[in-house]
Design a protein around this ligand. Structure first.
Ligand code: DAT
Ligand code: MG
Length: 140
């Protein structure tokens, strides 16, 4: 399989606890290479647009408020099967259901404050990368 790219966020609960390095190391140890990375703070409008697919869900407002509460680190990760690989390293959305050794099992505080985001498929990976990065910022 060819190299693939996916999009990752280190979320506010994790940046606040100074876990950016530890989480990045877990991604790297999982076979993923960081080909772009920046620390930013989202506006409410950006958070609402990014999570637009969830706008009818009961947790949408809470999710967007959380995502703007502290800076985040947005990254593009590259590797064999990077989309699925990243989801494996992240673990299940709900940390109570995440496998041992995953980022969410290790660090997440709750189903909402769950430390990381990862694209769920090739189309969303492409869209999410383009939402935050220009081609010039991706250095494989
Ligand atoms: P994932 O982030 O694993 O792809 P998702 O796309 O279903 O999960 O949901 C996006 C985010 O929304 C998730 O990381 C945390 C939040 N979320 C999901 N389900 C939730 C719930 N039942 N209560 C509170 N927040 C929730
Ligand atoms: Mg998702």
């Amino acid at each position: 399989m060819a190299l693939e790219r996916t999009f990752s966020i280190i979320k506010p609960d994790a940046t606040k606890r100074n876990l950016t390095g530890k989480i990045t190391a877990m991604l790297e140890d999982g076979g993923l290479r960081v080909v772009a990375s920046k620390r930013i703070q989202l506006t409410l409008a950006q958070a609402q647009q990014f999570y637009g697919v969830h706008k009818e869900r009961p947790f949408f407002d809470e999710l967007c408020e959380f995502m703007i509460s502290e800076p985040i680190v947005v990254q593009v990760l590259e590797g064999e099967n990077a989309i699925a690989r990243n989801r494996e390293v992240m673990g299940a959305t709900n940390p109570a259901e995440a496998a041992d050794g995953t980022i969410r099992k290790t660090f997440a505080l709750s189903i909402g404050e769950n430390s990381v985001h990862g694209s769920d498929g090739p189309d969303t990976a492409k869209e999410e990368i383009a939402f935050f990065f220009s081609g010039l910022e991706l250095v494989g």
